[in-house]
Structure formats: C-alpha cells, structure tokens
Design a protein. Structure first.
Length: 129
C-alpha cells in the first residue's frame, strides 16, 4: 500500500512539476522584490509603491543588460559549433572505424566503414538556403 501511495505521489509531482517550478520562481521573485523594496523604504524613506517600481525597473534593466552582453558571444559560439560539427563527426567516425579495424568483433559492424554514416549525417544537418 505504501509503495502504491509513493508511486501516486511521484506521478502527481511529475504531472505538476511545471506549475510547482513556476510557483517556486514566483515566490523567489516576490521575496527578492520585497526585500529590496523594504531596504529602499528604510534607507531612503521612499514610499513602498515607488520603491517597488524602481526595483522592478532596475531588475528588468539589469537582466536586459546581462542578456545584451551575453547574447553576441553565445550566438558566435553556437555558429562555430554548428560550423565545426561535420568535421567533428567525421573525426569521431574515423576513430570508430580505426577501433573497428583493430578489434575483430567490431570489424563485422558498420563502424568499420568510415563512409557508412556519412549520408545519414549529411541528411540530418540543416541546409542553408
């Protein structure tokens, strides 16, 4: 009986994990905004609504600034990864073919033929129009 209840609890959590995550993030955001607003009230004697407004605007500006600073390197690195992926896959396939030729058991598989997966790899890669 206990195992059945535990399984139901796990199933329930798996079904509502997205909602639970959103609730958790909302609580964290509320605690952060409240703490900063309280500090602004005590330190500068601001009204609560003004402190909350400044906190929200400053937080959005900070997140936007960080995103603007991180976006160009991430895009550049992603393009470099995608550009180097075919060569990397070819290198991996060559290593696997070398291993297949060294070990007789693997020699009977498709690993022994370096060109066996090339058409599958090239068809899976997106084409630039």
């Amino acid at each position: 009986m206990a195992l059945f209840v535990a399984a139901l609890v796990v199933l329930f959590i798996l079904k509502v994990i997205d909602v639970l995550l959103l609730v958790f993030l909302a609580i964290l955001l509320a605690v952060y905004l409240s703490a900063v607003t309280d500090w602004l009230e005590r330190r500068f004697g601001m009204r609560r609504w003004l402190g909350l407004t400044l906190t929200v605007v400053a937080t959005i500006a900070g997140v936007a600034t960080i995103a603007a600073l991180l976006a160009p390197p991430v895009v550049e690195q992603t393009r470099a990864l995608i550009g180097g992926l075919p060569q990397t896959l070819t290198n991996i396939q060559s290593v696997l073919a070398r291993w297949a030729s060294q070990y007789p058991v693997l020699d009977q598989t498709e690993l022994a033929n370096p060109s066996s997966g090339s058409c599958q790899i090239s068809s899976a890669m997106p084409r630039d129009s």
